[in-house]
Design a protein around this ligand. Sequence first.
Ligand code: GLA
Length: 437
Amino acid sequence: MRKGLRTPLLSGLALALLAPVGAQGVDAQEETKGALEVAPMDERYEDSFKIGAAVEPYQLEGIHGDILKHHYNSLVAENVMKPEAIQPVEGEFNWEEADKIAAFANENDMELRFHTLIWHSQTPAWFFEDEEGNPMVEETDPERQEANKELLLERLDSHIKAVMERYKDDVDAWDVVNEAIADEASNEEGLRESEWYQVTGTDYIKEAFEAARKYGGEDAKLFINDYNTEIEPKRDHLYNLVEEMVDEGVPIDGVGHQSHIQLDWPSIEESRESFEMFAGLGLENQVTELDVSLYGYPPEPAYPTYEEIPDSLFETQAERYDQLFALYEEQDADLSSVTFWGIADDHTWLNDRAEEFNDGIGKDAPFAFDTEYNVKPAYWSMMDDEVPTEEEMEEGVTVEGGQLPDTATNNPLFALMGMGAATLFGALLFIRKRRSA
Ligand code: GLA
């Protein structure tokens, strides 16, 4: 729940007028400030949920490590705890990089999410090869298919056993199965027809959770994790699967909502409905991979450099973060953790996506800290106690479709308007100061 009201330093009108010339240098609170000079995000939300970040081991040191210690109280590995990193060859486990993240979380009293035990992607091919090294999915003989299924489920069990026995005491929440539901359903249940599914049906999902309970113990918090959990029909397909698991007594504690989202998509209402649906099954929600892309999908066009991204877009993003965190606080009885899929804009998988769709040149900027580790408008809005009105929440954030917005640097009229507004605002401040002196 929101804990109180903060008086905004700038009136909404002044802020709106000033937005085109950028907020920097206008508001004392929005001067360029380093991430280490401002109040910690995790403290702001300590009564509601953990604030996490996805990291690569190199980010545990230097400026990244300092920002992690200052702002975050939960960690997840961006890559090094995925099956291909942990068990690249059958029976050969590679713990070194994953251990570094677990140790850092321990030393700094942070929660740790484990991502991910079972997934169709970033999983080595050997998992899905039969005794002769042939792809299991190509087998047509029913008896051999049955033997393959057994072998694959044994591999699932031994992977989960090895990982959980090692990290049982370090991990607070486990992504047991990642992305079991397809975007566009090719079967009625909307199940992703991965190799896991083709060989075992839905048994791999249930057996993974059973094994996780067995090796992780009663206290292990077990999550199913997916993206677009707000969007129908995917949301309903996930709901139906999870409901069936709950009904059948499969040990599941929560739903991870990846939340790779955009400035105006999905709506706050869709997100709220999704949280409430899963909480209605008695489950916990976690936001597990939050990033707010500046673009739609595919991200075309994208700004070629970070410097070319207009301040007005950062303001729009701040509005979006304001509404999201208001929603998260509203839902905090059933929402235990909010994890960003990165620390600052210098490192995000969304850049790869922007490049992929724009001939190798494109930058995204999804987080609260910029590429130089300074705070962005999104940081201030997240830290704000001011509750957006119901109308604002309903309206959401509007962005012109596919159009990169006009800014002070590409539209002189905006620059003039901004300068005019700044002068007016300065004069008002001056008069107010004189009056109160
Ligand atoms: C998915 C996965 C993550 C990560 C992101 C993009 O959301 O769950 O592990 O790979 O995609 O990087």
